[in-house]
Design a binder for this molecule. Sequence first.
Ligand code: CO
Length: 161
Amino acid sequence: MALREIRLDGDPLLRKKSKDIVEINDRIRTLLDDMVETMIASNGVGLAAPQVGVLRRAIVLDIGDTPIKAINPEIIEEDGKVLDMEGCLSVPGYSGTVERPERIKVKFIDENGDNKLLEATGLSARIFCHEIDHLNGVLYTDKALEVFENKDLEEEEVNEE
Ligand code: CO
């Protein structure tokens, strides 16, 4: 495993649409392992492949006991709306308030090629939505009602995705 460099806001690659993954091979599995390592080393709770310069539909999330690696993730159902704070490893030093669904159903393929269907609520739902936005070239700052500098916030309000 290896750490990968995180692309920062302003990098045109972050604005491109990522392509579906058609074959899960060792290259994809290495990418996912590196993304998990990079996310954890950066104290993040989520990371999308374009953030490490790869325009493929892969995301990782740290929302439970073991990190989730999701290939070609797609939200198939959503309800409710919650306004809460989020941040992004590609936009260091800032957080913003974004409205997201309260509950989602998301389908994806795991690193073994198995189809998964997961229900997520609250922060987990927020992270899925944020990371899937990255696959479409969207940053949270595009949707934020307000953006704050982290130095003006309490530490517990800051989540990096
Ligand atoms: Co992000």
